[in-house]
Design a protein around this ligand. Structure first.
Ligand SMILES: [Zn+2]
Length: 133
């Protein structure tokens, strides 16, 4: 089986997306750090666009905990984005780690640090969901 890899143009394209997201995540964390001395309430407007699965888990989570969770989420994202940059450098980017097929472009546009194709992610999430219940 030939090893799949994305064209240079595509790698370049996703590299730009990743760098942009990295920049956004870093300034996001910086903003939270700044906000925390004044009160993080103002920034909650743009946080709501974040589709966190945990969002409806227990409404008694206070703002501070939520902020910490979001920060953790951003840090995790930065780590994943850095990993993606490494994969771009060694040209393994955009190929599913599980089945070795290309990851859908539509998926990479939304989650540029994705390491699994849509099908494999579905399967994994399915397993996780069953384990949790
Ligand atoms: Zn796959």
């Amino acid at each position: 089986m030939a090893v799949k890899k994305l064209s240079t143009e595509k790698l370049k394209h996703y590299e730009e997306i990743i760098l942009k997201e990295l920049h956004e995540s870093v300034s996001y964390i910086e903003n939270i750090n700044k906000d925390q001395s004044i009160g993080a309430r103002e920034s909650s407007g743009d946080l709501s666009s974040y589709a966190y699965h945990q969002a409806d888990q227990g409404s008694d989570t206070n703002l501070m905990e939520q902020t910490v969770m979001l920060m953790e989420g951003e840090r995790e994202k930065i780590r994943k984005l850095n990993d993606a940059m490494r994969r771009i450098a060694d040209e393994t980017y955009g190929v599913c780690e599980m089945c070795g097929e290309y990851i859908q472009d539509t998926r990479l546009e939304v989650i540029p640090y994705a390491t699994n194709c849509f099908d494999c992610t579905e399967k994994m999430e399915d397993k996780n969901r069953r384990r949790r219940r």
